[in-house]
Ligand binder design. Sequence first.
Ligand SMILES: [Zn+2]
Length: 626
Amino acid sequence: MSKRLRSSEVCADCSGPDPSWASVNRGTFICDECCSVHRSLGRHISQVRHLKHTPWPPTLLQMVETLYNNGANSIWEHSLLDPASILSGRRKANPQDKVHPNKAEFIKAKYQMLAFVHRLPCRDDDSVTAKDLSKQLHSSVRTGNLETCLRLLSLGAQANFFHPEKGNTPLHVASKAGQILQAELLAVYGADPGTQDSSGKTPVDYARQGGHHELAERLVEIQYELTDRLAFYLCGRKPDHKNGQHFIIPQMADSSLDLSELAKAAKKKLQSLSNHLFEELAMDVYDEVDRRETDAVWLATQNHSTLVTETTVVPFLPVNPEYSSTRNQGRQKLARFNAHEFATLVIDILSDAKRRQQGSPLSGSKDNVELILKTISNQHSIESQDNDQPDYDSVASDEETDLEATASKAHRQKIGRSALVTSSSSLPSFPSTLSWSRDESARRASRLEKQNSTPESDYDNTPNDRDLDDMGSSRKGRQRSMVWHSDGSGPDTTEPPAAPSPVLPSTEDVIRKTEQITKNIQELLRAAQENKHDSYIPCSERIHVAVTEMAALFPKKPKSDMVRTSLRLLTSSAYRLQSECKKTLPGDPGPPTDIQLVTQQVIQCAYDIAKAAKQLVTITTKENNN
Ligand SMILES: [Zn+2]
């Protein structure tokens, strides 16, 4: 797109200048403020990407640009263009409007309620309408007219519609015609490049046959979009599909150390999930990866002081009303995983996705899995009677395990893409159970560590030993002494135990320190973006100083659980950040450094620190106002 077009662009929702985000599924560009509302509605309403700071497949960006420049926004504002609506006082938001409630209400009406979309005259049978629309879509995708297709999709046409007379789907048609932007649009709406037509051929086959090589390659990428995104989140790389590499499974140097029996059992449990439940879990984790990555971009691009006090945050995945409440709860719990725990889960999912796609047998026998599951559900009922989580047994019935065993090859091949298009389900979801077992394993681990470790400092808000142990036993001694020295608060057993204190620092002090932390984190994120690895250590040291000062504002034994949890996340993430940054030093003992993997871990630790600091601002603001 030319520079001239770019500069004339305005936010699709409020007409503010220079929009820096795109809503991919709506084909619009939006400003920061409107984007914050889009994000709070969830990916099922709007899939946002930053125009500069999110990596884009070139043809995906081209698709959105084409739509926006050709006026796709009028699809979502159709009735507002009617002079009658201007007379009635209905109007879109303008740049000076407040985000809440003005812009937010307009955006909800526009995209969530579809209040301004052109309605078809009512018919008796909705399914007939959807079928007609889908047939229209089927014939429209052979042309380059993207707006028509988006309009049809917005009215209810199905991207995966199998045309009974033609014996294929819209994506087959677009691929045959070499319409790469149409293929991008269909894929955003869930079209599956691996689906077969009546003669057993896929859209990828037709693209290759027609000599549309770029399209064929892109369709393969789209098939692996889910697992590629997870791999990229962990190590900043994607598999080389052209050369037949379809999975990257990063190994974290310190991941095997904290595998308690329960964590191992959770791994086994993952393997015994039916493909359907596994796909749901993978899709939920994909959404959480997207939330965290978008949050990190947000953190890097916003003014540091407004970030600290702004109220428009997306602390966990927004509710998708098409999912069961159990699944929505499970999705939200994913936000509680710290960077390390979440990375471990992502690696487990990648390994199992690969195993399932290649059709490898389970590593353990079915009996083993069942035995472990029984043990866990017993512990579950003994240790947490009041726990409202569903039992493992309700998730992993024998029936599902059998289904898994007899799952057809065809179904297995769908993993990686179909996870994105699986319809909602009322089955009990896995994430809640998994996060329960992980929470539990983390608690157990720290309990065990406490029993075995050297006497602890009275600082309840210093990290527990488990976090230090993550660094690996070979470096443990060195790291620990370094940590204590730099912290200046070594274990001190002579002090009498202090009573938990309900006193909180002033909101102003917490905000000031948080601004300092945020500013340094932004610097670190920019260094990561620009591959300035030399800056990692000085940045992480400044963050560590700011975090230590922040922690010092709080009493040694804070009474509130929430304060303690946030302080622990804050300080342990700062320690982990430092140890990750030190891996960039040449000559560091241990396995050779994968700089991209380190960079991703650095970003995720920084993200955890920012999150914890922000939590402390929220808590102190709330408590001090009471
Ligand atoms: Zn706007």
